[in-house]
Design a binder for this molecule. Structure first.
Ligand SMILES: [Zn+2]
Length: 116
């Protein structure tokens, strides 16, 4: 798994061999068609915010100091949707369609993108 901070990298993912839809890793079947015929795939690291929310209050845990931050569904340029944190100087300026780039997995679990 890619975990460094290098920009422009791909995202370890899977792709459905039956319908061709890419998905984040960790699924047993394709949400689009139900097929279990999945193969490893490297998704594009560039995309745009599909939808988002701004988390302004985090009562505890590792993201407490990060608030306010942008939690988004990012659609990569090859049409994979992935839930991720999008870093930007002011989360309240986030907009649907903002261009983003994959940065790294934080703690090998949370995908981090940055707005470009
Ligand atoms: Zn499928």
């Amino acid at each position: 798994m890619n975990t460094s901070g290098e920009l422009g990298r791909t995202i370890p993912a899977v792709k459905c061999k039956d319908c061709g839809t890419p998905h984040p890793k960790g699924i047993a079947a394709c949400p689009a068609c139900g097929s279990m015929n999945l193969e490893d795939y490297e998704a594009r690291g560039t995309g745009a915010i599909y939808t988002y929310s701004v988390n302004t209050f985090v009562p505890m845990g590792k993201h407490k100091a990060r608030a306010p931050y942008c939690m988004a569904v990012v659609e990569t340029d090859d049409k994979m949707r992935i839930t991720a944190i999008v870093e930007m100087p002011d989360a309240n300026t986030a907009k649907i369609g903002d261009k983003v780039q994959f940065k790294a997995y934080e703690d090998k679990l949370t995908p981090i993108f940055e707005r470009v």
